[in-house]
Write a protein that binds this ligand. Structure first.
Ligand code: PLP
Length: 484
């Protein structure tokens, strides 16, 4: 019954308003005040799902979803997830479910090989990978490992001196992880980027900042480089950044949460060129790799650094396999003890698509993003704000288009960058309130841009073309009555 419901949901999902239109607190008014005393049949509960839950969903699986970064799904991933939920094993250590641990070590190596990660990141070399929930958790684990490694050399009392580096485009997850790891909030450096480098972190700026910090008696600890930043999909130059970090003995983590998946295509692999100089690398298979939420793949060169920081050995978990040191106990590679059998769904995805179809899945999105970019470029009222990387296009209405309208309407008034930002903000709001499509925004160097991220599992060319028509219609409406 539930599967049938879901099948219908996917069939109809593009007809729903993609951004939920409910008001805060709507659900409290629909549901009883407390748990029912007597059991209720699933049929009744499912009716309430249809009536009350579906309207409160923003439909991430809609082909009209172009917001944030997509969260793709697939039948393969879903079936793997179903089995994992069905078995409901808790593979914290090898003995707690040997298949869960061993399958995970196998699929992370498979995926690592598809990405051409250096052998040093794989179990078949001296490294290894782990499937965690999200990038936030994965980055926290790596910062903690780097911190403890450094403090064991310079003494615990120097925690206050440790500095974490990233760019001003880096995901907020890294700053949060640094904070949780006890890095002093004043010692988080969000190094400024600019349009000149297409918002990539410049190795020279990094070096200049590190030098300043070292002169001030601080200790450079950790650099997070991003391949495919969240605001504009910018790509930090890994080889040069790793070279700088190496001079100062820092840990480098590469956050490729969104774009890492695409690097299984030979034409995108150059974007992670230089990864061999990093200490750890992660991507979210739940973003652009058809694996249902949650599945963050983290590879490290030196698993013992993670294990030193995160292992626990209570008597009640002791067992022969662990004592033999012949096995991986994943509880020591992550924050939580209990863990899901995530490798099943990734294994299903890898096997049922194969490298060939996984590559074409992402290439198809990149092609559609190019199509959208071409449509925007043809309309002189708009500009593409940064070069398009992977499958994300950043665009906006130009201030000049706004001035022109003001002039045509016979009115006076200067159009400033702030006015343009406000007009683009209004444009996006009006687009999203229509329910036809959903996009989100970013602000780079004070410029408000609309992000168009192609990547929903069901998206086709026609959705992209319609989305552009929707943008134009709403832009026409805004421009026709525009006054600064
Ligand atoms: C989405 C994203 C994150 C956050 O991922 P979570 O899995 O939600 O923690 C971090 N970094 C980048 C570049 C992202 O795109």
């Amino acid at each position: 019954m539930i599967i049938d419901f879901l099948a219908d949901y996917y069939r109809d999902v593009e007809k729903y308003p993609v951004l939920s239109q409910v008001k805060p607190g709507y659900l409290q008014k629909c549901l009883p005040e407390s748990t029912p005393h007597n059991p209720e049949p699933i049929e009744t509960i499912l009716e309430d799902v249809k009536k009350h839950i579906v309207p409160g969903l923003t439909h991430w699986q809609s082909p009209n979803f172009f917001a944030y970064f997509q969260c793709t799904s697939s039948i393969a991933g879903f079936l793997g997830e179903m089995l994992s939920t069905g078995f409901n094993v808790v593979g914290f250590s090898w003995i707690a479910s040997p298949a869960a641990t061993e399958l995970e070590t196998i699929v992370v190596d498979w995926l690592g090989e598809m990405l051409e990660l250096p052998k040093s990141f794989l179990f078949s070399g001296k490294g290894g990978g782990v499937l965690q929930g999200t990038t936030c958790e994965a980055v926290l684990c790596t910062i903690v490992a780097a911190r403890d490694q450094m403090l064991s050399q310079i003494g615990k009392e120097n925690l206050i001196k440790l500095v974490v580096y990233a760019s001003d485009q880096t995901h907020s997850a890294i700053q949060k992880a640094a904070k949780i790891a006890g890095i002093h909030p004043m010692n988080f450096r969000a190094i400024k980027t600019s349009k000149l480098t297409s918002y990539a972190l410049s190795p020279d700026s990094l070096r200049a900042q590190i030098r300043k910090d070292v002169e001030a008696g601080l200790v450079p600890l950790f650099l997070c480089a991003t391949v495919g930043t969240t605001p504009t999909a910018a790509i930090d130059p890994l080889d040069k950044l790793c070279a700088v970090a190496k001079e100062y003995g820092m840990w480098v983590h590469v956050d490729a949460a969104y774009a890492g998946s695409a690097c299984i295509c030979p034409e995108f692999r150059p974007f992670i060129h230089g990864v061999e100089g990093a200490n750890s690398f992660s991507l979210n298979a739940h973003k652009w790799f058809l694996t249902t939420l949650d599945c963050c793949c983290l590879w490290v060169k030196d698993p013992s650094a993670l294990i030193k920081s995160l292992s626990t050995n209570p008597e009640y978990l002791r067992n022969k396999a662990t004592d033999s040191k012949q096995v991986v106990d994943y509880k020591d590679w992550q924050i939580t003890l209990s863990r899901r059998f995530r490798s099943l769904k990734l294994w299903f995805v890898l096997r049922s698509y194969g490298v060939h179809n996984l590559r074409s899945f992402m290439r198809n999105h990149v092609k559609m993003a190019k199509l959208f970019e071409g449509l925007v470029a043809k309309d002189k009222r708009f500009e593409i704000v940064v070069p398009t990387n992977f499958a994300m296009v950043c665009f906006r209405i130009l201030p000049s288009a706004l001035s022109e309208t003001v002039y045509k309407n016979g009115k006076l008034g200067m159009v400033s960058e702030e006015d343009a930002n406000e007009a683009n903000r209004k444009l996006l709001e009006s687009i999203n309130m229509s329910g036809c499509v959903f996009m989100t925004h970013a602000v780079v160097e004070g410029v408000y841009v609309i992000r168009f991220a192609v990547g929903a599992t069901l998206v086709e060319e026609r959705h992209v073309i319609t989305a552009w028509k929707v943008v134009q219609e709403h832009a026409n409406a805004i421009l026709s009555t525009y006054e600064p």
